[in-house]
Design a protein. Sequence first.
Lengths: 232, 223
Amino acid sequence: MQTFLRIIGLLFGPDGELRGIIATTLTLSVFSTSLSSVIGICLGSFLGCSAFRGKRLIMRVLHTLMSMPSVVAGLIVFLLLSRKGPLGQFGLLFSMPAMVIAQVFLITPVMIGFSATTVAARAQPILETTRGLRLGKGAEIRLILRECRLQLLSVILMGFGRAISEVGAVSLVGGNVKYRTRVMTTTIMLETSMGNFDFSIALGILLLLISLLINSLAQYLQERGEKHLRNN
Amino acid sequence: MRSILEITNLVKRFADSEILHIHHLVFHEKKRYAFLGENGSGKSTLLKILAGVLPADSGRIAWGAKGADFAYIPQRPYCFHLPVWKSITLGITAKNKQQKKEIAIAALDEVGIGALADKAEVYLSGGESQRAMLARVMLRERQALLLDEPTSAVDYEGCVLAEAALNKYQSQNGCMILFATHSVEQARRFADEVIVLQNGKVIAAGSAEQAIHDFYAIRTGLS
């Protein structure tokens, strides 16, 4: 109860730090998930629909990247963006764009891999049917994405889950700068190391509540879609 | 009678084994051809190759003057998460929504499932979905229909309706119908010519009665 009251107090109190941390976390997660979704679903759909020489090798590399530790992703992006790195001239290190890049780097392989598996499971019968009607490439792609949309929504949610809970990459390239790049996970790490367990627990609960809210919304949309079809 | 399709030395291999080898077949307009054969005889593979879904390893497929102007129904067609009327009018762009729905219902009525026009296609039974697929191809003006076991899950009454609808469609546009079936009865009833396949090769071909007679003779070992 005390923890709950503390959360309420921090959320609606005069100090806007927690609200700022939540806003940064959500902005970061939404941006990186959106970018990863566009790249991941496009490339994943292409991989799922097509057969070509070298596809198995690409899938193997992709599966390896899917299990890439977040600190490794953070380290690679850190080296790319650091002053002496190839992208150092842009001065992005310890900024929100750097954190987005790191998360996109981390999440996109997961999005591609799961999108490819999802699309591959349905593409063959859909393509047989659409090619039999000679509908054209554009219509084929639209229909495949439409038919897989509920599964792809789950893939996006999974990506969002990975983004919002990620700590290694964002702390490396974001630097956990107060009011700028401090997010919920890095704050939990910091507060725990300083012995502020109450605050850490409060943030942990809040993080879970946000995830619960977003997942509930997605589940509601999925169920409404299914129900709409069943009632027709 | 004009030829619509000619197949010469068509070969398909899986791994190292030859699963289809058709030396020469010619198909003409306004005629109905049945591919008859057991499971794995190559009927579906041949139809998939003709529809461009599967590539052939070698051989020649020559379509007539209009080119590859066909509609194809696979053995296991995909049922979309769309109302049946929308699904069967996919790709038809020349009409507005109301007109599309009207022509869809008319086509579905022909095969006896007009009442299911608003139901989601994915929730149709096997027989109902096969009838919807037939309605879908009959909404298009094509010079050839390639149908892979189009009524295998349809009851007898539905079969009669579907065949009558195909009859009407063919008499209106003079297309060629090529269908695969396991049913000797359907081949006898609906086809002008029957091509019997076994292990990927044509073992009998000709008028329905003659080819079916040859088919039984080969199966029973009688000359």
